[in-house]
Design a protein around this ligand. Structure first.
Ligand code: DLZ
Length: 157
């Protein structure tokens, strides 16, 4: 069995029942130097698994808080899965905590309401470097991991 606590699980081949899934990718443009890298990785994994580009619905939103609305809207349109990508960096005010709480609870509610898998590729870091390390650096690529994870959840329907 793969070790899901490190990046080696990405090497585990998922056996999808078919590749006709419609998958949304919602990307927050706050810290876009990192989030667009996460998005690129997510698209790569989906296309490696044969998901057609016209079945990948992308939506770029201003900040991570808007991931909630965009994911809910896409879920209501009947998509099979959604990947949420964002980078929230701790600042000097409690704003970080409010955004992180709202986004994680909001996404959890959507996955329950619409009964679809949602990949939580939202980095919550103390600084910019920690986020970079998780976008293809020494701590892996959370965009690729979020995409792989929703495919894994679709493996069993
Ligand atoms: C306002 C804000 C702040 C301070 N920090 C971040 C951040 O680190 N990452 C992020 O994705 N978004 C941030 N935002 C923007 C909010 O998510 C949201 O877009 C605005 O509050 C407007 O609703």
């Amino acid at each position: 069995m793969a070790d899901y606590s490190n990046q080696t699980f990405l090497n585990e081949k998922i056996k999808l029942p078919h590749n006709d899934f419609k998958i949304g990718i919602v990307t927050a443009l706050w810290n876009s130097d990192i989030t667009l890298t996460l998005k690129k990785g997510a698209i790569k994994v989906l296309s490696d698994y044969g998901i057609k580009s016209n079945s990948i619905i992308t939506w770029d939103v201003p900040g991570s808080y808007e991931l909630i609305y965009a994911s809910s809207k896409l879920a209501s349109r009947g998509l099979d899965a959604i990947i949420c990508l964002g980078v929230v960096i701790q600042g000097e005010t409690p704003h970080f905590d409010f955004i992180c709480d709202a986004v994680s609870n909001g996404i959890a509610n959507i996955t329950i309401k619409y009964n679809i898998p949602i990949g939580f590729g939202v980095l919550t870091t103390l600084d910019h470097d920690q986020a970079l390390e998780r976008a293809g650096g020494k701590h892996g690529h959370k965009g690729e991991e979020a995409a792989w994870t929703v495919l894994k959840m679709l493996e069993k329907g």
